[in-house]
Write a protein of this length. Structure first.
Length: 300
């Protein structure tokens, strides 16, 4: 069920107290340090692929803003987007403006095309309405030889806080690994979930070794995993880690890997964003339970 206009107005009315509410929520929300700085990051963020690509529809934009309000109120910080996500960037900017630009925001964006990097970054910044980005990432390694030096230069000049690279769905892992070994990255973003575990072999251990923060995309395989598990009874052992849904089980599996910093599920629903953030509270599975989760998801 979609968020109603009334729900959005209620969320907007709460925007004035968002910083206080977010600080209280973050006190109980699990965090991980960004290795290059020690800055604490709540372990669940908000992605915007597909879900925030709603164009100029005022009702849908208000619904996205309501999701963002609930996200910040629950203690969330990192919102991630890209120039290739359709209208997601201006929709995020719309929501931030409606909410009075929450000071707790950690803005994670990407540079994507092989064209004019500075022009694209400036256009993106204007869409968001922020003074500068916290993190810029070279999206899917496109033109990385030119774009990474640009991002490092911005960081050195104080116009950017962190630099990263991204990949998804197992693409170009050999090159990804080589760049991780050779470049002073703050972040990497990659695909990881209970059925897509290839990165456990090389990339996650390397991130830990190199002290690089890890953002996990596609935690639900773009909803395929949660749809497949929707009709299945939640095992009794889910209660051991405080998981009340399969979505929380899947997220807790990801977050329990010590190299993972934050997962960024995307959603257009207020109830789902609250459910996702709740996965960063309470206990996480140990090694034995991680394998039971992976087996359960694989076999169902």
């Amino acid at each position: 069920m979609r968020t109603t206009r009334r729900t959005f107005l209620q969320a907007s009315a709460a925007a004035a107290v968002l910083p206080t509410v977010a600080r209280a929520a973050e006190a109980t929300l699990g965090t991980r340090p960004i290795p290059s700085s020690g800055e604490a990051m709540p372990m669940v963020g908000l992605g915007s692929w597909i879900t925030f690509n709603v164009g100029d529809d005022p009702k849908l934009r208000d619904e996205c803003a309501a999701v963002m309000a609930a996200f910040f109120a629950a203690g969330g910080r990192m919102i991630d987007s890209s120039p290739m996500y359709g209208s997601a960037q201006p929709v995020i900017g719309y929501g931030l403006a409606k909410l009075g630009h929450p000071t707790t925001l950690f803005s994670a964006e990407k540079v994507w095309t092989s064209g004019d990097g500075p022009a694209q970054i400036e256009e993106t910044r204007q869409h968001w309405g922020v003074e500068r980005f916290d993190l810029l990432q070279v999206h899917n390694l496109v033109d990385w030889e030119a774009k990474l030096p640009l991002l490092f230069e911005m960081k050195a000049a104080g116009r950017l806080r962190y630099v990263g690279i991204t990949t998804s769905e197992g693409r170009r892992h050999d090159l990804f690994e080589a760049i991780m070994r050779d470049q002073p990255l703050d972040f990497v973003q990659l695909t990881y979930n209970a059925v897509d575990r290839e990165v456990e072999q090389r990339l996650l251990p390397l991130a830990a070794e190199r002290k690089i923060a890890v953002i996990v995309n596609r935690p639900f395989e773009q909803g395929a995993l949660t749809r497949r598990l929707a009709g299945e009874k939640l095992p009794d052992w889910a209660g051991e880690i405080g998981a009340a849904s399969w979505a929380q089980v899947l997220l807790k599996f990801i977050l329990s890997h010590p190299a993972v910093t934050v997962a960024i599920p995307a959603t257009s629903r207020v109830d789902h964003v609250r459910e996702n953030l709740a996965a960063a509270r309470g206990p996480l599975p140990d090694a034995e339970l991680r394998e039971r989760i992976a087996a359960a998801v694989r076999d169902l």
